[in-house]
Design a protein around this ligand. Structure first.
Ligand code: BGC
Length: 787
């Protein structure tokens, strides 16, 4: 069972725990308590092995394709954490004997994982055990572990085996060739593994040290090198009530690391040598010092990013936002813009480490307004993927750049073609998203423009953003077809955000967003023409904008945009959605597992119903919020929510934001709470395949764009706060045009403080009035009447 309130003192609302060991449900805490730093992600599997464990170590960007028939994925690197522990001849396993007290906790403040329990062995001998672990935020290649064992029933012979295990697979797919194994100085184990297709070398090191009651201990290892394995076994006698502490320090380096390529030409020998040297000096520091360096980085992160919520209720909401911010940082390869964010971060095999629109629409806004340089890196990743997007467009007979639905390293389409079972035929169902879910191109354009507006980073636009927009607009302008009867351009045979509707025509979300992207590109080109003629000339020479502009204008003016229907204000999700029969979706909506409907119906049957997987029209109401009235928003939110199962974790947060926007405070809070519980909540099966990255970005968005009601439209900042009635105050940082603002809201007033002198004047619209922010602005505002 998970517990949220065990953090005390400075750890209050920073720590959550699992009380009681459940060998069947390991996946939950392996994921939600995962450790990482954006370079690597480590699932928090126990040191001792269990049948239902999923031990994963992923390094961002190290994709490999097992064979032609399978999608490229992040390979599961060699395991560094497993230890076989034998106490007085009995192997430590919490599935045997009795466990008296068990608590596994993650401290979000310091990034340290702890596991403490009292184990009574099958022979009735008692041991007090404590395990600590962190992945360093300071040195991205390092991780540390510490084990403390106290025999309580008399002296005991302790034996443990610890090393590096390269026998790991991704659900059976072994991504690595066997490589060099070596033990240096009877102390440091080194294992090399090379991915089979992408030829990426991994070099891993591990070494142990010991103390008995705080005094260093010298132990002689038994050294073992086996197939894809290197390790050492140690034994010693531990007197009753003494504490033996074992520290294991480990490191991971790969040939894809930016520094591996610096200076001389790359060679594996050089990587082995340099990483060994670095490892030796870090190993010398020991667990406590390495942890303290890492915790100092966490402190700096929190000093910059922490959000505080004062609530009448328990501290769950506070913890939930910190949980989201913790995972947002460790999922994001902030060290290297060649890599994107996986839909499950680096915490599980789910979605194979691929990046989706989740990054731009759900996660990027957090960084854009907290650490904008990271947001820029995420867009650079998309810029580096432009050639892949051009290739996809050309392969499909279109112009410009058609961004893949799922990407890995190369920018090419990586969506698997076959998925889960079709319950009618027993065959695998074809996944059409890689062919037809095309709104991602507009979503990326949207993020580029939002980035430019929030940062004023013209250099980025000149060097990369403009090119992306031009190529995306060209794609859409070639994607539309003319419909004589409608006298409009239309977009046929597409999938919108709602993946339970395939091969549909005129998905409202896709049409509106495509039009938005083309219009934004036209405006950008015109502004270049006026203000930066040199750049305009360069872009025109390379992309022939002048020839393209006419077509863009025609499409932007005449693309069919489904408008709210007279009478009920409903925006048809696509040409046929509202004509389809409805079914009772309550059993699926209330179920603890997702996509249950596909166990009762085939996908084709679901496509024929008014049943939605996730926010689609509601997504549109959020992203282009200023285009729709509150009446339209209310009508569509209520209608489509009643048809939506929320089988995607992206859905709930969006519903919350739209509900906030129309003043439905309680509904907004309810959706926020449900979104917060997707991973952190009590459902012990929800996170087995990895964390729900987008929903964590969504939690931040619910708070900042929903409850605080911040809008950053066309370079203008406005606020319409609607704090949940249970919250007394909310304080969060918000970076806007190079200035870090601290915004504090209560039900009575809004206070905005600029932490440094702003390079440009900052105006904030609150209600109908625009205020100029000098150092500090306080506006009294009854949020109860705030719509
Ligand atoms: C959702 C997509 C999302 C993907 C990755 C799918 O289930 O329908 O919208 O991008 O998961 O999170």
């Amino acid at each position: 069972m998970l517990q949220y309130g065990l953090g005390i003192g400075e750890d209050q609302n920073w720590l959550f725990s699992e009380n009681g060991f459940q060998g069947e449900l390991l996946g939950k805490t392996e994921t939600i308590m995962a450790l990482g730093n954006g370079y690597m992600g480590l699932r928090s599997s126990p040191e001792e092995s269990y049948l239902k464990q999923t031990r994963n170590l992923f390094v961002a960007g190290t994709f490999n394709k097992f064979d032609d028939g399978e999608a490229t994925e992040l390979p599961n690197a060699a395991d560094l954490t497993e230890m076989e522990i034998v106490l007085g001849g009995e192997r430590l396993s919490l599935e045997s004997g009795r466990v008296h007290v068990y608590q596994k906790s993650l401290n979000l403040r310091t990034g340290e994982l702890t596991r403490e329990f009292l184990w009574e062995s099958p022979k009735g001998r008692k041991y007090s055990c404590r395990f600590l672990r962190f992945v360093s935020l300071d040195n991205l290649h390092m991780l540390g572990m510490r084990m403390e064992i106290t025999p309580l029933s008399g002296e005991c012979e302790l034996r443990w085996t610890s090393g590096i295990n390269g026998q790991m697979t991704n659900s059976g797919a072994q991504h690595f060739h066997e490589g060099i194994k070596r033990i240096y100085d009877k102390e440091i184990a080194q294992l090399v593994q090379t991915t089979t297709q992408s030829n990426i070398d991994f070099v891993l090191h591990a070494a142990n040290r010991w103390e008995l009651d705080g005094e260093p201990l010298a132990l002689k290892p038994e050294m073992n090198i086996g197939r894809r394995k290197v390790g050492m076994s140690y034994s010693c006698t531990v007197p009753a009530a003494s504490v033996i502490a074992v520290e294991k320090i480990a490191s991971v380096n790969t040939s894809r690391d930016a520094e591996a390529m610096q200076g001389e030409a790359y060679s594996l020998d050089m990587l082995r040598e340099k990483s060994l040297q670095a490892f030796r000096s870090n190993f010398g520091k020991g667990y406590a010092a390495l942890l303290s360096d890492s915790a100092a980085r966490w402190k700096a992160y929190w000093d910059n990013a922490d959000i505080t919520i004062e609530s009448e209720e328990d501290g769950f909401d506070q913890l939930a936002v910190r949980f989201a911010q913790y995972h947002l940082l460790i999922m994001t390869p902030h060290h290297d813009s060649r890599y994107g964010i996986g839909a499950k971060g680096l915490t599980g095999e789910g979605y194979k480490g691929h990046s989706f629109w989740d990054s731009e629409i759900f996660i990027l806004p957090y960084f854009l307004h907290t650490m904008p340089s990271i947001a820029k890196g995420l867009l650079e990743y998309r810029y580096l993927g432009l050639d892949g997007a051009r290739l996809k467009a050309a392969d499909n007979g279109y112009e410009g750049a058609m961004y893949p639905w799922e990407t890995a390293f190369t920018g090419k389409e990586e969506t698997p073609v076959w998925g889960a079972v079709n319950v009618l035929t027993g065959k695998a169902t074809k996944i059409w998203s890689g062919f037809l879910e095309q709104h991602i191109s507009a979503d990326i354009a949207f993020a580029v423009v939002k980035y430019a507006q929030a940062t004023g980073d013209e250099a980025f636009m000149d060097a990369m953003g403009a090119e992306m927009l031009i190529e995306i607009a060209s794609f859409w302008a070639s994607r539309v077809v003319w419909d004589e009867s409608r006298q409009a351009y239309v977009i046929l045979n597409i999938i919108g955000p709602d993946e339970y509707k395939e091969h549909i025509d005129n998905n409202a979300f896709s049409n509106y967003m495509a039009q938005w992207a083309i219009q934004a590109t036209i405006e950008l080109c015109l502004s270049y023409q006026e203000t930066k003629p040199d750049i305009y000339r360069r872009l025109n020479e390379t992309f022939g904008i002048e020839d393209r502009l006419d077509q863009w204008r025609k499409v932007a003016a005449r693309l069919y945009l489904p408008s709210p229907r007279a009478g009920d204000n409903l925006i048809p999700q696509d040409d046929t959605y509202l004509t389809k029969p409805s079914i009772d979706i309550a059993p699926y909506k209330n179920s603890a597992s997702v996509q249950g409907i596909l166990r009762d119906y085939s996908r084709d049957q679901v496509i024929g119903m008014q049943v939605s997987k996730q926010a689609d029209v509601v997504m549109l109401l959020y992203l282009l919020q200023n285009r729709f009235s509150n009446e339209v928003k209310a009508a569509n939110l209520s209608y489509y929510e009643s048809k939506t199962i929320h089988d995607s974790s992206l859905s709930m947060a969006v519903h919350s934001i739209v509900a906030s926007g129309i003043g439905e405070r309680e509904t907004a809070y309810e959706f926020f709470r449900q979104a917060s519980e997707i991973d952190l909540g009590a459902n012990m099966k929800s996170s087995d395949a990895g964390i729900h990255s987008a929903s964590l970005g969504g939690i931040w968005k619910c708070i900042v764009f929903g409850f605080a009601g911040i809008q950053a439209e066309n370079g203008e900042l406005s606020m319409t706060p609607r704090l949940p009635s249970k919250w007394k105050s909310l304080r969060f940082p918000f970076v806007w045009k190079g200035t870090r603002l601290q915004i504090e809201l209560t039900h009575e007033q809004i206070a905005i403080e600029a932490e440094s002198p702003s390079p440009v004047p900052i105006d904030v619209r609150i209600g109908h009035q625009v205020y100029r922010l000098e150092d500090r602005l306080t506006v009294s505002y009854s949020s109860a009447q705030g719509s």
